[in-house]
Each structure stands twice: as C-alpha cells, then as structure tokens.
Design a protein around this ligand. Sequence first.
Ligand SMILES: C[S@@+](CC[C@H](N)C(=O)[O-])C[C@H]1O[C@@H](n2cnc3c(N)ncnc32)[C@H](O)[C@@H]1O
Length: 200
Amino acid sequence: MSDDPTLGSTQWAQWRKAVDLDDYESRWDQMAERGENPHGEVDFVMQFSPTTALDAGCGFGRVGIELNARGVDIVGVDLDVDLLERAKRRAPSLDWRLADLATVDVGRTFDLVVVAGNVIGFVEPANRAAAVKNCARHVAPGGWLVMGNQVKPTWPTIAEIDDWCSQEGLVSVGHRSGWDGSPLGDSPDYAVTVHQRPLS
Ligand SMILES: C[S@@+](CC[C@H](N)C(=O)[O-])C[C@H]1O[C@@H](n2cnc3c(N)ncnc32)[C@H](O)[C@@H]1O
C-alpha cells in the first residue's frame, strides 16, 4: 500500500504522481473530438445485454457513465478519492462508492462486472487474487465478469486470472486481445478476459 491510503497501491500512487488528472480525464473527450470511438469497452460488454453492472475500479466513471447512458443501472467502486470525486461531479445521481475491490461488499450481484483499464495490474500484488475473486462474487447467476489488462511482467497472467475466477465458480468463455474482439494471438500485449457464472 502507498503512504497515502486514498491512492491505493504503490504502483497506482506512482502512476498518479506522474499524471495530471485534468489531462487524464480529457483524453477520452479528445478522442471523441477527433472522431475516434472512446467507448470500445462499453460497445464490447453491451453484447451481454446487461441491465445492471458494477464498474469495478471505476476511476472518474467513464465506463459506468456510458453504460448508464445506454440504460444500465450501475454502481461504481474505486479506492482513489480524487478520481471518485470526479465521477461524482460528472454524474452526481449515480451510485459511487469509495472502497477497495479486495474487500468491498456492494450488497447485491450484477448481470455484469466490468473491470476495464488495467485495474487489476494496479491493485497491490498481494491483493490481486482477492480483488478478482471478490469481483467474481458480485456476478449474478448467468452474469459476466469482463476484465481488460495489459499483459506484462509482474502483472497478473491470463492463467492466474482464469484460476482466480474458477475458484469462485466462474467459467472462462474466452480471451480477446482488445475491446474490438480481436483474437488473442500468440504474444498479446493486452488481454480482455470473459468469464460467466453458470445459471446453476
Ligand atoms: C487505469 S485506472 C482505470 C479506471 C477506469 N476503469 C477506466 O477505465 O477509466 C485504474 C483504476 O483502478 C483503481 N484501483 C486500483 N486498485 C484498486 C483497488 N484495490 N480497489 C479499487 N480500485 C482500485 C484506481 O484507483 C484507478 O481508478
């Protein structure tokens, strides 16, 4: 854990120190202004037709807010107080919770738990398994856990993610190399993992 508990892991705190949050938040707005699609993650997960979703590691809420704009009832959870404040500012009526993914109990399950944008790699290494397993526990029967993470040394491997999900009763239904659904290939630098909780 970093010296400042509101900044989460040491790795996340380092990333935060190097980044101006206004610049970070404006990245996706600028993509839209350039005519690029800033909502690849949401386009991808909408194939599962969720009516409820947990945006796990929601940051300033870009994924959860877009899901909600498409009719999904969302809860956003993040450990970073500054980013969560930005989420609240962008969408004050939505349910934002300041909590650690490794331990949070939202008190309900969801059709979809989406963990977009390298969240698990930024969780303290000792807590990554707990964070993934706790996300899995929030998936309703028949629901989906979709995560996107860079593949790089010291970050969780695809096999580890599959194993942690399986320990919580989820089954892997495939891996993709990006939110456009491209096949994984032999040496991916990014992996979107999709797991489902069987109906019974
Ligand atoms: C790269 S950002 C991605 C934010 C958002 N999902 C998006 O795609 O815009 C990673 C996020 O993970 C959050 N995070 C890291 N460790 C966490 C933990 N243990 N519990 C909750 N959030 C965590 C960080 O605070 C940060 O907001």
